[in-house]
Design a protein around this ligand. Structure first.
Ligand code: FES
Length: 670
């Protein structure tokens, strides 16, 4: 949060600072009429220019400062007490206009950059600059350096394979490392200007003396002052033909007249020589050439030149510009990363696709199996679905369970699901059986289909085991509607435990259906072997039921020569492996570098949740795919039934609700 709030102010300082870097070359172009004049050989006396500036606005008050440039075509600038600069043609004396000291494009940027709109704004700006330098840049490097050393990398690289928060953080760190020195230099030189204590620290470090204060006048205050032009000529006798000069009027009667000049051979445009004159006699009270300034003060002047982008021409200016413009990108990437961390875990079902439906009918379909007819409370049409679709149902206690739709796919007025009370239960089916009543409202997702029909198949073989009848029944309804060639085999222990038997027997596709009621596993295998014996390349097989039943069907089909591309299955649940075979391993969060030990008795998802890292989940047993997460390094041990074999072989994703690791560490894209 510190970074977030300071960062927003720092972005403003950086963006305005980037603009200010090019003030010197751009200002004469943008404000050409004010700043540029036709050159001449003979300038008018400064007193004439000052008088004209004052006359242009009689209420503007007394002069405070003058700025004189040696370019023959530059206006002379006079600052009056109204805090406006008056631009005067030094050749003709014409006042070309005036502008508020912190007005116009660059004046406004200067005001924002140094917080001139606040009392003691430069102190605020300096505090921010120092905080930025110490907390953000220092803190950022403190986070980065150990990581870089640990990974033996010289610099962070932009990793194109990252997504989400990891991508933003990687961008933030990488950019931060490359521009940190530039940004740090700008922040520290800015603080040098804002704080006397920072300057004092510089003078102490360099064993230097600060410049002597401006001397007072030795002549009585009531004595008439010399013309400014005469004082200006006296200063030029000490520093001939300066590149630039600023004349600072005495603050009060009796003070010296100070003229700061940049000599023609000065190393940069902030390398001032200082002249203090008695305004009434012209006597030189103090003269310090740039070279005579103490080392500390010369460093200070050079640091300011660096801060303003006046040093060494374009190259450093461009570097500074890159540094300053990187600050908003850093802030954006940092804030983006922060917000992604703060954002609550993604809901298993997007709110846009969540429907609140009324339980219009609850009916016992078989032993331990209840059906639920769900309708829109206002009677509106429901989103359409295709054969094989399921919906996520939000049951009590925040659990989400997947149930296949078993009404004909053309229906829009209802969704029909059937729920078998599982033993042992994880709570979802029990809640549906015991707590959901007719008239209740429940939240469900829009239909999703992970088990679609291949409608181009010449023949379809549908095999249902127990409650696996639900998607298979929907498929049979659809294929019958298409008048497609199909057969359906329904395995159950007994008619009493088989749902929808009457509906099937009364259906128009009843003659396509074969019931197999047996508790005898051996008989089941014989039946499966017989019905999978005959097949051709145009036939597709669909199976749904318990994991053991589906494995038996798929294994038998493979034995009989079915190609796996023609076999399709839908899991309801998978049998959990005992944790005896589990081994401990580590998970590293790519975005933060944090490493978390996964114990043998916890899933990755649970162990991460203990550390405050929540992954959206739904089935929590590797069926639905909601929790699937990208793996950047390491080899997962896949235990889900959601990913295909090809997807599992790629090892770049895994289901943390059930899968573990074959390698000692997994690096996750979180
Ligand atoms: Fe369903 Fe992990 S939560 S696969």
């Amino acid at each position: 949060m510190t970074g977030l709030s300071i960062g927003l102010f720092v972005v403003m300082v950086a963006v305005t600072g980037a603009g200010m870097l090019f003030r010197a070359p751009l200002e004469p172009v943008i404000y050409h009429d004010l700043l540029k004049v036709a050159s001449c050989k003979q300038r008018l006396p400064l007193d004439t220019l000052i008088a004209n500036a004052s006359a242009s606005n009689p209420v503007a008050g007394r002069p405070k400062q003058l700025r004189i440039y040696d370019d023959a075509d530059s206006s002379t600038r006079v600052l009056l007490s109204d805090n406006r600069w008056y631009y005067v043609n030094p050749c003709t004396g014409e006042v070309r206009g005036s502008e508020d000291r912190y007005g116009g494009l660059f004046g406004t940027m200067a005001s924002l950059h140094s917080f001139q709109f606040l009392e003691n704004g430069s102190v605020v700006a300096g505090t921010l600059a120092l905080t930025f330098a110490i907390v953000l840049v220092g803190g950022g490097l403190a986070v980065w350096i150990p990581e870089a050393l640990r990974k033996r990398r010289r610099a962070v690289r932009i990793k194109s394979n990252l997504t989400g928060r990891a991508r933003w953080l990687n961008l933030h760190k990488t950019l931060g490392v490359y521009v940190s020195l530039i940004v740090l230099a700008s922040a520290l030189t800015g603080a040098l200007q804002s704080f006397q204590f920072v300057r004092d620290a510089l003078y102490t470090l360099t064993a230097s003396k600060p410049p002597a204060p401006s001397p007072g006048s030795v002549v009585q205050a009531h004595t008439q002052s010399l013309p400014v032009e005469a004082l200006w000529q006296r200063a030029q006798a000490l520093v001939p033909q300066p590149k630039y000069a600023r004349i600072r009027y005495p603050g009060k009667a009796g003070d010296a007249f100070n003229i700061d000049l940049v000599a023609r051979d000065a190393p940069h445009v902030n390398a001032f020589s200082y002249v203090s004159l008695d305004p009434r006699t012209g006597k030189v009270l103090r003269f310090t050439s740039y070279a005579e300034n103490s080392l500390g003060h010369r460093i200070y002047l050079t640091a300011l030149a660096l801060h303003y982008g006046w040093l060494s021409g374009g190259f450093i200016q461009v570097l500074q510009l890159i540094g300053m413009l990187s600050v908003p990108v850093l802030a954006y990437a940092g804030i983006g990363s922060y917000l992604r961390r703060k954002r609550p875990p993604r809901a298993p079902v997007s709110p846009r696709t969540t429907l609140t439906l009324k339980v219009a009918r609850k009916k016992a379909e078989a032993e331990n199996i209840q059906s639920f007819e769900l309708v829109d409370p206002a009677g509106k049409a429901l989103p359409p679905f295709t054969a094989g679709s399921h919906i996520d149902v939000h049951v009590a206690g925040g659990k989400v369970r997947q149930y296949s739709l078993c009404n004909p796919p053309g229906e829009r007025h209802r969704y029909l699901i059937a729920v078998m009370r599982a033993e042992p239960t994880r709570g979802g089916s029990r809640a549906m059986h015991e707590h959901v009543k007719e008239g209740d409202l429940i939240d469900v997702s829009a239909p999703k289909n992970h088990f679609p029909l291949v409608e181009s198949a010449r023949h379809s073989l549908l095999i249902a085991g127990g409650i696996g009848i639900t998607p298979i029944l929907c498929m049979a309804e659809h294929l019958a509607g298409l008048r497609a060639d199909f057969k359906m085999h329904y395995f159950a222990r007994s008619p009493a435990r088989a749902a929808f038997v009457d509906r099937i027997k009364r259906s128009k596709f009843a003659d396509h259906v074969f019931f197999h009621f047996t508790e005898d596993q051996k008989q089941q295998r014989l039946d499966l072997a017989a019905l999978l014996e005959t097949h051709d390349a145009e036939m597709h097989l669909y199976v749904c039921g318990g994991e053991a039943f589906m494995n038996a069907v798929i294994d038998t089909a493979l034995e009989k020569g079915w190609h796996k591309t023609r076999m399709h299955r839908e899991y309801f649940s998978v049998e959990r492996r005992e944790s005896d075979s589990n081994v401990e391993f580590d998970v590293t969060i790519a975005s933060t570098g944090k490493t978390i030990r996964i114990p043998t008795d916890k899933t990755v998802m649970a162990a991460l949740a203990d550390c405050g890292i929540h992954i959206a989940a739904s089935c929590e047993q590797g069926v639905c795919g909601t929790c699937v997460t990208r793996v950047l390094e390491g080899e997962p041990q896949h235990r889900d039934v959601f990913l295909s074999d090809d997807e599992k072989n790629r090892n770049d994703r895994f289901a943390p609700c059930c899968s573990r690791a074959n390698s000692r560490t997994l690096v996750l894209d979180l």
